[in-house]
Design a protein around this ligand. Structure first.
Ligand code: NAP
Length: 259
């Protein structure tokens, strides 16, 4: 399918690896020029080089922490006006409700709620002025069904979801859509690290940890970054202009809910 976005320009945050890279790759395949970001320069440059050579699009790579004011300023200055924004960052650490104080919540809110809001605040005016724009926020299945050990993530991402629900309806009249993508378990470094925690806590092998987790997913496997990216690119396409303020779950059926 021709997504109709060849020649557009996208900022994809936290995109040297994993789900962010999957989104960047699918947009590049649709002919979109990219501004990529991650903290580590080496993996970021390698991803940028791979996408340039495979898809022939322009790729700018900015190594910076997107959850800091200084990092965002650097990335936004390099990006300039964009047609498409994909927000993403690492997730907060797991724990128990009694582990966390005010500073932990401020860090989580900064990373997974206030950072995507700051990026939208900076870039929505340009999209509105040109009468076309797409924003996709990478959140989590924990927005639909809480993951008890990820209380910081549950809280911050649900706050972002509430913000998007209202804001998406305010910018839709100007041709700009905002939607959230909610990953369940995908085969990325983040999943390996979560499975590593189970290996240590329960004294089992990595294979056993993965087998147990897959058994909880009706699709009986982890998702891939390529599948995730394909959905992101569709939401950014010309065909998705009527999809507004939605939360789209990609979890192999793991969240047991009728709607
Ligand atoms: P990943 O494989 O660990 O990749 C994370 C990417 O983000 C890397 O490119 C990393 O590069 C970059 N990054 C992390 N923190 C950053 C920061 N502060 N500023 C800029 N770049 C940053 O993670 P993932 O699995 O793709 O997960 C992406 C998001 O989805 C996370 O918020 C995660 O919690 C959420 N999620 C993932 C899953 C899953 O199963 N994978 C499920 C639910 C939710 P650097 O480290 O070099 O910065």
């Amino acid at each position: 399918m021709d997504l109709g976005i060849k020649g557009k320009r996208a900022l994809v945050c936290a995109s040297s690896k994993g789900l962010g890279r999957g989104c960047a790759e699918a947009l590049a395949a649709a002919g979109v020029d990219l501004v990529l970001n991650a903290r580590g320069a080496e993996a970021l440059e390698a991803t940028a080089a791979a996408l340039r050579s495979q898809y022939g699009v322009n790729v700018t790579a900015i190594a910076a922490d997107i959850t800091t004011e200084a990092g965002r300023t650097e990335v936004l200055a390099a990006a300039g006006p964009v047609d498409i924004l994909v927000t993403n960052a690492g997730g907060p650490p797991p724990g128990l409700w009694s582990d966390w104080g005010r500073d932990d919540f401020i860090r989580a809110l900064d990373g997974n709620m206030l950072t995507p809001i700051a990026l939208m605040t900076a870039l929505l005016p340009g999209m509105i002025a040109q009468g076309w724009g797409r924003v996709v926020n990478i959140t989590s299945q924990s927005v639909k069904a809480p993951i008890p050990a990820l209380g910081l993530s549950n809280a911050a991402r649900t706050g972002l979801t509430g913000y998007v629900a209202g804001t998406a309806r305010q910018v839709a009249p100007q041709g700009v859509t905002i939607n959230n993508l909610l990953p369940g378990i995908h085969d990325t470094d983040r999943a390996i690290s979560l499975d590593g925690g189970v290996v240590n806590a329960e004294g089992i092998t990595m294979d056993e940890a993965r087998r147990r987790r897959m058994a909880t997913i009706p699709a009986r496997r982890y998702g891939t970054s390529a599948e995730f990216g394909a959905m992101c690119a569709f939401l950014c396409s010309q065909h998705a202009g009527f999809i507004v303020g939605q939360n789209i779950l990609l979890d192999g059926g793991a969240t047991n809910a009728t709607i």
